[in-house]
Design a protein around this ligand. Sequence first.
Ligand SMILES: [Zn+2]
Ligand SMILES: [Zn+2]
Length: 140
Amino acid sequence: MGRSYWFECPKCGYRAKVSGRADRGLSFCVQTILCRDCQELYDAVTRFRVPDESQGLASFAGWRRGKLPNPYRTISSPPGFQSVLNRLPQTGVKRFRWLPFKIQCPVSALHRVRSWNEPDRCPKCDIYLEKNALPYRLWD
Ligand SMILES: [Zn+2]
Ligand SMILES: [Zn+2]
């Protein structure tokens, strides 16, 4: 069971709803990251569970893109947090395996990111963010 929280900057009012650390749900794992180029916090998907079948990789890529010119290339970039949340449930699958991903900015793989673990600083003004005590959302 993963949890997202609101984090808010007391100085500039920046707000983000992220896990604030490494977290895992039933079918995927996330790590909160800070992108220095976007000056934003994101939850990056670090591991994603897929059916361990011969067509597993292809159906995963197809699910992401709708079509798959080259599943082995598109698989190298991690799915977005929202898209894994909104995915169809994997029913009737008996065996799974985990696809690992390097953390990267969802906007561009070229952006400079680092992992962000609370308590940590505002991506815009370097003040420590305040965490809302109540989870914003339970996921997975
Ligand atoms: Zn700030
Ligand atoms: Zn970025």
